[in-house]
Design a protein around this ligand. Sequence first.
Ligand code: ACO
Ligand code: ZN
Length: 223
Amino acid sequence: KESKDQLVIDAGQKHFGATMCKSCGMIYAASSPEDEMQHVQHHHRFLEGIKYVGWKKERVVAEFWDGKIVLVLPRDPSYALRKVEDVQELVDNELGFQQVVSQCPDKTKTFLFISDEKRVVGCLIAEPIKQAFRVLSEPTGAESLSSKECPRAWQCSNVPVPAVCGISRIWVFRLKRRKRIARRLVDTLRNCFMFGCFLSTDEIAFSDPTPDGKLFATKYCNT
Ligand code: ACO
Ligand code: ZN
């Protein structure tokens, strides 16, 4: 059954037998028993983690043809907070992030994009910040903000600029990328972060962006 779920990702990788699981999105070498075993473990944990059964009290903040966005706040029922924890663990795992302790956990806002298939396919975690550091332009002219001091490769200005909202995590399920899910999460955040106003792109900052995160942020902030 498992093999039906597999597909060869592209000709370039065919030689190495790299396959991507159509359900959990993991890329692995099906020819390697070790990889296969890791996949089976990841597969079940991941699909369990992103399963969304629906909550009696859910805060739907946006609805689309292909899903909806639910906002979870720190004082929500424990079943909601537990789901957020599970999803965050999967995301941190994928990003290779350490467990990051939030600066102000009672002000964290978590947005989950729920697909029609009742799965959490996108997640955005945001918290209030006071300042950010602009990522210095690369030859491409890319520019975005980082709310931390720049532990990754990007060069940041050491002159802080005021900001309002820091995005500490943004993640979209591998098989659902490039469908504007991240864009819709950030649009919704800008609309819901502070009551009664729509935040400008200058007021939001992406902390410690990955290469994917930076490409997205650059595109998002320029359009
Ligand atoms: N490469 C080039 N351009 C990109 C990429 C990319 N990987 N991702 C997004 N963009 C640009 C595109 O221009 C895109 O528009 P288009 O598809 O019409 O060309 C535009 O951004 C909007 O993209 P979305 O479809 O809204 O983005 P998506 O839903 O695919 O999610 C995300 C982007 C969240 C970065 C996703 O790739 C992901 O989860 N990556 C792994 C996790 C990660 O690295 N997250 C960022 C960590 S940094 C942080 O959390 C602060
Ligand atoms: Zn799988």
